[in-house]
Design a protein around this ligand. Structure first.
Ligand SMILES: [Zn+2]
Length: 277
């Protein structure tokens, strides 16, 4: 069941400065997946229900609307104009963006799971232009980059990738990256995939309970801050034993895609040199 935007105009795309499952890293080191999207709008902007239902507060400035069928929408960081348990209709005024936030955090929940509001058939319209960027692919050992032209033993494989929101938010969030919706990799030798596509991160549908931050985002991952770019380092393979493959030349392909399937690939040439016979 698709729905419009929580700010006016409802039927036009707005800037989104935080994507679903972006890393959220607290000042004290807490790490979590961003469980909604951040729709950029000035403080004081009116926020409306995308669907009718019953108001259920999730915090003093966090309004939920339970729409039935186990579904609810979250509208966070707003000064509420509704009461707990109040029935609201579609497009009812819920409140205004609280001072200092510059966005409404919008979440789409079904039963116990948060879903990507930008998936097809949900928040509409949302067009995505341009593919994500694979910034870098590295082999590391104990956090240090190792020469891919002479790999031995056990290494970690990591890709740095990002996407750019189709409509940029204003400063201080202008031009800051968001996470791709899908990151996957494969290992190719002589035109044949010796390791077929493996998913490193898949944020296209739900934030699954089995997702573990430290198993998807590698150390050195940073979230966006005002005028400071985040950096998204994805685990491809942890403790990958190069001795399980024959010595020789390989190509590591990394693909990053957005929620609409716009995809781009990066490559890293690898040479395994374990001295096998
Ligand atoms: Zn948010």
């Amino acid at each position: 069941m698709s729905y419009g935007w929580p700010v006016k105009p409802f039927d036009e795309q707005h800037p989104v400065r935080g994507f679903f499952c972006d890393p959220r890293i607290g000042a004290k080191g807490s790490k979590a997946f961003h469980f909604g999207i951040d729709v950029s709008a000035p403080d004081g902007t009116a926020v409306y229900a995308v669907a009718g239902g019953t108001v259920h507060f999730e915090g003093a400035q966090n309004v939920g609307v339970v729409t039935g069928g186990g579904r609810s929408h979250g509208y966070w960081h707003i000064v509420p104009r509704v009461r707990h348990r109040q029935k609201v209709r579609k497009h009812a005024l819920l409140g205004h963006i609280a001072r200092g936030w510059g966005h409404v955090h919008f979440a789409d929940r079904i039963e116990d799971e948060y879903w990507n509001p930008l998936r097809a058939g949900a928040l509409t319209p949302f067009r995505d232009f341009g593919a994500p960027v694979v910034d870098r692919i590295v082999a590391e050992r104990r956090g240090r980059i190792v020469e891919p032209g002479a790999l031995t033993g056990v290494v970690n494989l990591i890709a740095v990738a990002h996407d750019n929101p189709p409509i940029s938010a204003p400063p201080p969030w202008r031009g800051l990256p968001v996470t791709p919706a899908l990151v996957r990799w494969r290992l190719v030798r002589g035109g044949r995939a010796v390791i077929p596509w493996r998913v490193a991160a898949d944020f296209r549908s739900a934030l699954r309970t089995e997702f573990r931050f430290h198993e998807i985002y590698a150390g050195g991952t940073r979230q966006n801050h005002p005028n400071a770019r985040g950096r998204y380092r994805f685990w491809l393979a942890r403790a990958w034993d190069t001795r399980r493959h024959r010595d020789g030349r390989y190509r590591l392909d990394v693909e990053a895609a957005d929620i609409r399937g716009n995809a781009t690939r990066g490559h890293l040439e690898l040479v395994l040199r374990n001295g096998d016979v």
